[in-house]
Design a protein around this ligand. Structure first.
Ligand code: URA
Length: 248
């Protein structure tokens, strides 16, 4: 929906009601629509049931169930996602989700990018949408590091191809850092660092060199490492870690 014409040529900080609620970090956009539809939201005391209603952030007073909606304290969590958990909120098939691991936080955090159901390791979750968008945006080249167990022994030529970029169905991959960790019998264990985050990228890269991923663990994003965190546990990022990722 187009923003309404503004008087006097001065730009006001306008946002739709749905966005004001979801940006406040108290729920998802779907939640916001539900609350609006359920007549729980008022603007300047007036009941508004249109998610696209324009709100002036400086002048208008938005309430949910009579309580003022204010921006929430920012939260930045580092979760060790176990294999078998999905990164969406709720699943029609009843699969376990990362929200089952973090419980009631009092803040609505979302995963920063996705990890496949079969992938474990470092997942950031936050209610700071700008921070999340920057980590996910390939233009910022934030490195993501994975440990990979391949289904075969992968030769040096194949490692060089992975380093230089392989052709995938959605285009060539950027150069990657690839280190052979060890060969154990019929398997190769690699450490791969990529600066994109395409769907199932590491799995597809390994398939492009005629092997398969048997196990995939994300161990780091930028300089932030999963370290000794227990599988399934989470902690807040430290201020130094947040700064290292370009947050405040
Ligand atoms: N690459 C994959 O193939 N899967 C992930 O979950 C992350 C990166």
């Amino acid at each position: 929906m187009r923003a309404p014409k503004q008087e006097g040529g001065q730009l006001r900080p306008l946002k739709t009601l749905e966005r004001v609620l979801s940006k406040a970090g108290i729920g998802s956009r779907t939640d916001a629509r539900k609350w609006i539809g359920a007549a729980r939201v008022r603007v300047n005391g007036k009941l508004v049931q249109t998610p696209d209603y324009w709100v002036d952030l400086e002048r208008d007073r938005v309430t949910l169930d009579g309580k003022p909606v204010r921006a929430q304290e920012r939260r930045y969590l580092l979760l060790y996602k176990p294999k078998g958990y999905i990164t969406s909120n709720g699943d029609p098939d009843g699969r376990a989700t990362v929200y089952d691991l973090i419980g009631e936080l009092g803040a609505w955090v979302v995963p920063v990018g996705r990890l496949d159901q079969d992938t474990s390791g470092l997942l950031l979750m936050t209610n700071d949408t700008q921070f999340a968008e920057r980590i996910m945006n390939p233009e910022f080249h934030v490195p993501k590091t994975y440990l990979v167990k391949c289904s075969t022994v992968v030769g040096d030529d194949a490692l060089d191809r992975l380093r230089n970029g392989v052709e995938l169905s959605d285009g060539p991959t950027r150069p990657a850092e690839v280190r052979r960790v060890r060969d154990s019998g019929k398997y190769t264990h690699l450490e791969i660092t990529i600066t994109e985050g395409r769907n199932r990228q590491v799995r597809r890269m390994i398939e492009a060199v005629d092997s398969k991923v048997l196990k995939l663990v994300r161990t780091a994003i930028g300089q932030i490492e999963i370290g000794g965190l227990q599988i399934g546990a989470y902690r807040d990022l430290t201020p130094a870690e947040l700064r290292a990722l370009g947050g405040k």
